[in-house]
Design a protein around this ligand. Structure first.
Ligand code: DAH
Length: 354
């Protein structure tokens, strides 16, 4: 019995100081293995005197069980430490981290910046105007009087407002023209700018515009335009054509053919549509240009005398050209996008391609 107690103490001590699974196995083998000290005692029970056998057997079995339990516990503790160590090893602090996605510029913004850059290089200043506009600047000042059928060219979002706020007794403009709307084009900024700046002048006005209309692949209720205006003593349609040609060449980074087609706008005389030879098929005809070989990119013309008058300038003294082009159109051409609505959906599968 004394010997058993001794064995137990030694075994427990050795187990406590065991550092790894190999050392635990050693303790197991030494005491509980085939030739282990406790195993041997249990095996030799039959040689012990009858009176002692029962007590020794009981005690030896108890010690065996206890030791087995302690070994199990120690094994678990050691493997937990090993696991922890492993996961520590996997952290490599020199490894580059995950890049945080911060988004990027929207294709329309990209095109807007490119257009601004090109026109700045051609001597134009970038100017802005309000998106909430008065009826006067959006229509009347541009030679589009109330009740004139030309207004039908622009389906308008009107803003409801308090009638008393509309009254402005000092204004020469009739109160009706003070009604507010979401600008249907960037052209009102022509008048706003010429009221405050004397020619000669060259401006480009990029901005958001709105139309009250049904949406489809080529129509949205809001879109972007860039208005251009150049005023001096002697400006002709030849200057307009040269600037347009230069711009499209710089924007598409290739020689593109352009043509001016007669058209009508109340604020220009004469008026044109500016067509660009399809950059996809080079004028042969394809699905992008609906087999026409040409794409309508802008409205343009020579500034109407009435517009100069609206801005307080003498039309006998000044001449100019103006144009308005769709930035969405430009983006769609440049990146071969076939549906304008994709630009406003915020669908990441689309946006992440740019
Ligand atoms: N404002 C016109 C539109 O949105 C486009 C336009 C045509 C602008 C001729 C111009 C111009 O400056 O001269 O339909």
């Amino acid at each position: 019995m004394e010997n058993l107690e001794n064995i137990k103490n030694r075994a427990e001590k050795e187990l406590v100081s065991a550092q790894n699974s190999e050392e635990i196995k050693k303790v197991f083998r030494k005491y509980l293995g085939k030739d282990g000290e406790i195993t041997r005692i249990l095996r030799s029970l039959k040689d012990i005197q009858e009176q002692k056998r029962k007590a020794v057997g009981k005690s030896a079995n108890q010690i065996k069980q206890e030791l087995e339990q302690k070994i199990e516990i120690k094994k678990k503790a050691i493997s937990a430490v090993i696991e922890k160590g492993k996961s520590k090893k996997q952290m490599d602090i020199s490894r580059p981290g995950h890049k945080i996605s911060i988004g990027h510029i929207h294709p329309i913004t990209k095109v807007k910046k490119e257009v601004e850059d090109i026109f700045e290089r051609l001597g134009f200043s970038v100017v802005e105007g309000p998106e909430v506009e008065t009826e006067w600047y959006n229509f009347d000042a541009l030679n589009i009087p109330a009740n004139h059928p030309a207004r039908d060219m622009w389906d308008t979002f009107w803003l409801r407002q308090n009638e008393s706020k509309v009254q402005n007794p000092k204004s020469k403009i009739n109160t009706k023209s003070q009604r507010l709307l979401l600008r249907t084009h960037t052209s009102p900024v022509q008048v706003r700018y010429m009221e405050k700046h004397n020619p000669p002048l060259r401006i480009i006005v990029p901005g958001r515009t709105f139309r009250y209309e049904a949406t489809d692949a080529s129509h949205e209720i809001n879109f972007y335009q860039a208005e251009g205006l150049m005023v001096d003593k002697e400006i002709s349609a030849a200057n307009l054509k040269a600037i347009m040609e230069k711009f499209f060449e710089m924007f598409f980074k290739q020689n593109v053919g352009i043509r001016l087609r007669p058209s009508f706008f109340p604020f220009t005389e004469p008026s044109f549509e500016v067509d660009v030879q399809c950059v996809v098929c080079k004028g042969k005809g394809c699905s992008v240009c609906s087999k026409r070989g040409w794409l309508e990119m802008a409205g343009a013309g020579m500034v109407h005398p009435q517009v100069f008058k609206s801005a307080g300038l003498n039309p006998r003294e000044w001449q100019g050209f103006a144009f308005g082009m769709g930035l969405d159109r430009l983006a769609m051409m440049k990146y071969k996008i076939d549906d304008i609505r994709l630009l406003y959906k915020g669908d990441l599968r689309f946006l992440e391609q740019f």
